[in-house]
Design a protein around this ligand. Structure first.
Ligand SMILES: Cc1ncc(COP(=O)(O)O)c(C=O)c1O
Length: 240
């Protein structure tokens, strides 16, 4: 184990680098994943197209659905988070909106940590009430407060650390409380990144990111992603 300048007793960055390493060249012998800057994909024959539309063969059709560059990104994030699958979005807010709306419907309730990211809060306070979805906020560092708020909720929405206030949650404990009541959990892991925190290993159902932040790393892109079980990611794809 190398000593890392961060002082951590585990080389998290080396572990992540290993997960992100690839040993096969990309198409055309490219060393890094090529950027497929295309909206549509074409087919060698009508039969191929018909089979693809019928789900008998897999090939990207349209980039909002699938794009090889994005699919590579999704596979890497899933590997980093220890998830079965991931879905990329055009922003972190798109990932948050799609994930929440795919699992919560009219008349249902969300329990969210106070001081979650500001635009997530705006979504919760402005859009969701118009859909008859209520959000209650809790101090996520207080498991008793979370336990008291959970009964009847559909979703527990975590962000640890929280935006700007950097309040931490005991993710495993809160996830256990939610699971006991059949409530699914989603966490915004943008701040910690999967290098330092892998919420799925603590029982969280879905982990999302503003990939515009540390995942992107260079302030040169706006993107989002959610990772979780293959069934949950399929559900998000089908609902949004
Ligand atoms: C913690 C956190 N979550 C979500 C978002 C939203 O992501 P995006 O700006 O990519 O839509 C941000 C953006 O600042 C963020 O900091």
């Amino acid at each position: 184990m190398n000593e890392h300048p961060s002082g951590f007793d585990h080389d998290y960055l080396a572990e992540a680098a290993t997960l992100l390493a690839h040993d096969e060249p990309f198409p055309g012998g490219a060393v890094v994943p090529p950027i497929y800057q295309t909206s549509l994909f074409t087919f060698a024959s009508y039969a191929e197209m018909a089979d693809t539309f019928a789900g008998k063969r897999k090939q990207p059709i349209y980039s909002r659905g699938d794009n090889p560059t994005v699919m590579e990104f999704e596979a890497r994030v899933a590997a980093l988070e220890g998830a079965e699958a991931a879905r990329g979005f055009s922003s972190g807010m798109a990932a948050i909106s799609a994930t929440v709306l795919a699992f919560v419907g009219a008349g249902e309730r969300i329990v969210a940590v106070r001081n979650c990211y500001g635009d997530a809060y705006r979504l919760f306070e402005r859009l969701l009430p118009r859909l008859n979805i209520k959000v209650d906020y809790v101090d996520g560092s207080d498991p008793d407060a979370v336990a008291a708020a959970l009964p009847g909720a559909k979703l527990l929405y975590l962000e640890s650390p929280t935006s700007m206030m950097f309040e931490l949650q005991d993710i495993a404990h809160l996830t256990r409380l939610a699971k006991e009541q059949g409530i699914v959990t989603t966490i915004d892991n943008s701040w910690a990144t999967p290098v330092f925190q892998k919420p799925i290993t603590h029982g969280v159902d879905r982990v999302l990111h503003s990939a515009s932040k540390y995942l992107g790393g260079h302030s040169d892109t706006v993107a989002g992603v959610v990772a979780g079980s293959a069934a949950h990611i399929k559900h998000i794809n089908e609902q949004t």
